[in-house]
Design a protein around this ligand. Structure first.
Ligand code: P6P
Length: 337
């Protein structure tokens, strides 16, 4: 018998801190947790159940969907559409919003998610994850529109991710700090193992896809060049580099030991009319809330990501997040430029 706090117990105890809480939010979070358990089981079985490889379709981003992308999206829909807590959902894998069907009661929240982020790593057995964000639905009870989702990240009532790695973990914030839970496969429960996660202010480790270096804007180029110059350069210290190509895994490492993650704007994206690589509503905003709640910072370069007013469901933005001192330095370089 485990002696840890389960995520269900933790969420209910968190709910008690909120006066007038009806249990709606708690029940919604538990349905999201259930979806992540089911996806974890699928991901862990991979080739054994014939679900690796391409689904033979493309998502709205024009990216080839993996079978697990589509399956994970369906799992999120089925786990969260019936309980009456949501008015609608939006996902990286769906072109438009998913209003809760008339056969189910509608609730007061909106759920956005990337059901399987980093899925290009699935076929090579590298950690992937699920990212989700919960907003209140304006105009409660009315048929939700795409517009209802276009709220700044500061309006999120909760954000979290599941990481399917050597162990499956969930990391969650409801605006009162960040807590991590590890899935005990024997009992199917997430147990509180990382209470009150804090990101170290300082770091000497950065994560960026250096193959894009020739396309970067000057402030990013300056920062990375200084890191690569090491002890002999202006920083006077050597730096380490990581790039897993799975945002959830990068953010998890940063929450655990500090660091900076960058997917900055570059000239290649600008030539395609894109505002960045990562999506604001279901990648940048939830991860930014988590990082800020853990004492870090998250910016586009010049601006705080959580302050951005979204203009489209699948809007892309530059993301630079992590240890506050380093992100502040990078922001300074952008503002100087
Ligand atoms: P690249 C995964 O596809 C993703 O959206 C993030 O999880 C990850 O950080 C990034 O893209 C990887 O991008 O260009 O290195 O493949």
């Amino acid at each position: 018998m485990h002696n840890g706090t389960t995520i269900t117990q933790f969420i209910i105890e968190e709910q008690r801190r909120v006066s007038g809480a009806t249990g709606d939010f708690t029940s919604l979070l538990n349905d999201v947790v259930t979806a992540c358990k089911v996806i974890s089981n699928l991901v862990n079985h991979g080739a054994l159940v014939g679900i690796l490889g391409s689904a033979g379709s493309e998502n709205v981003q024009g990216e080839t969907q993996k079978k697990l992308d589509v399956l994970s999206n369906d799992i999120f829909i089925k786990s969260n559409e019936w309980a009456g807590h949501l008015a609608a959902m939006a996902s990286e894998e769906m072109d438009d919003i998913y209003p809760i069907p008339a056969s189910y009661p509608r609730g007061k929240y909106l759920l956005t998610f990337d059901p399987l982020d980093g899925s290009s790593n699935i076929d090579v057995n590298v950690s992937v994850g699920t990212i989700f964000s919960i907003l209140r639905c304006p105009g409660e009870g009315t048929a939700p529109s795409k517009q209802a989702f276009l709220q700044p990240g500061t309006q999120q009532v909760a954000a979290g991710y599941a990481i399917y790695g050597p162990s499956t973990m969930m990391v969650l914030t409801t605006g009162n700090g960040v807590n991590g839970f590890t899935l005990d496969q024997n009992i199917g429960e997430f147990i509180l193992t990382h209470p009150n996660i804090r990101i170290p202010t300082e770091t000497r480790e950065f994560a960026v896809n250096v193959s894009n270096m020739r396309f970067w804007e000057p402030p990013v180029r300056r920062y990375v060049d200084e890191c690569l110059a090491g002890k002999e350069g202006p920083r006077g210290e050597d730096f380490n580099m990581r790039w897993i190509a799975s945002m959830v895994a990068e953010v998890h490492r940063i929450l655990t030991r500090g660091g900076v993650f960058m997917y900055p704007l570059d000239s290649k994206m600008k030539a395609k009319g894109q505002g960045g690589k990562l999506r604001l509503l279901y990648e940048a905003n939830p991860m930014s809330l988590i990082v800020e709640q853990a004492g870090g910072r998250s910016i586009t370069g010049p601006e705080r990501i959580l302050d951005l007013q979204p203009e489209d469901l699948h809007q892309r933005v530059p993301v630079i997040l992590g240890s506050s001192a380093e992100v502040a330095r990078i922001q300074g370089y952008h503002l100087e430029a």
